[in-house]
Design a protein around this ligand. Structure first.
Ligand SMILES: Nc1ncnc2c1ncn2[C@@H]1O[C@H](COP(=O)(O)OS(=O)(=O)O)[C@@H](OP(=O)(O)O)[C@H]1O
Ligand SMILES: Nc1ncnc2c1ncn2[C@@H]1O[C@H](COP(=O)(O)OP(=O)(O)O)[C@@H](O)[C@H]1O
Length: 200
């Protein structure tokens, strides 16, 4: 017998996103950091979060590495798994934005189509793509977790930049050249963008 898809009806809340913005005193949005491993996504997301916290703003970092220990446990690094990983991170980010937070996502998210799919689930000014641009050679020199060394030795398959592709954003809202700016300068650039665009 063929089973029908169970009917799901969305419940509405008495508290709107706008109510939450008013309570918090700021809008919610997602800052989506994309870039190679070692480019500086986690470092910058964490520094920006700290600056927002000091300004009494409600924010939270969703880090690819950390989510793979829980929500995304069991997903690998094939194209299919990375797409599912990014889809779930996008869904989680959407919930947090709905809850009134400034969400900082730090995930390689190497495929343009996956990032665009996430973007399309937000309204236009809610999704801020930040391309943390850093040459592979510099990421490899930093190699903070020793992963490039292992990937070069053939111990990690499908490693981004080595044996798996990274598609750079075409029109990101912000580009951070992390080989040219110090982390402090990069944080300032991001905060300036948020201020100039009415998010702060
Ligand atoms: N094969 C391969 N390729 C790239 N990265 C790898 C791989 N295997 C493990 N790692 C570690 O996993 C982190 C990337 O996870 P993400 O969830 O951000 O990846 S993705 O968005 O699904 O592509 C990545 O974190 P970052 O270095 O912070 O980017 C690595 O620590
Ligand atoms: N200008 C810079 N901006 C960001 N990170 C930098 C910079 N210079 C050196 N680093 C170092 O590079 C490493 C980046 O690692 P991480 O933030 O984990 O990157 P990702 O999350 O993209 O893998 C950190 O050890 C950081 O201290």
């Amino acid at each position: 017998m063929k089973h029908e898809t169970p009917p799901i009806v969305r419940h509405s809340s008495k508290v709107s996103k706008e109510d939450r913005h008013q309570l918090n005193g700021h809008k919610s949005c997602v800052l989506w950091f994309t870039g190679l491993s070692g480019s500086g996504k986690s470092t910058l997301a964490s520094e920006v979060e700290h600056e927002l916290f000091k300004r009494h703003m409600h924010s939270y970092v969703l880090d690819g590495d950390n989510l793979r220990l829980g929500l995304n446990q069991g997903l690998g690094f094939s194209q299919q798994d990375r797409s599912e990983n990014v889809r779930r991170i996008g869904e989680a980010a959407r919930l947090f934005v709905d809850a009134g937070l400034i969400v900082l996502v730090a995930a390689i998210s190497p495929y343009r189509a996956d990032r665009e799919r996430v973007r399309s689930s937000f309204s236009e000014d809610e999704f801020i793509e930040i391309y943390v641009k850093c040459p592979l050679v510099e990421c490899e020199r930093r190699d903070p977790k020793g992963l490039y060394k292992k990937a070069r030795a053939g111990k990690i398959p499908d490693f981004t930049g080595i044996s798996s592709i990274y598609e750079a954003p075409v029109q990101p809202e912000i580009i951070i050249a992390s080989d040219k700016h110090t982390p402090n300068e990069s944080v300032r650039l991001i905060l300036d963008y948020l201020r100039d665009n009415g998010c702060l």
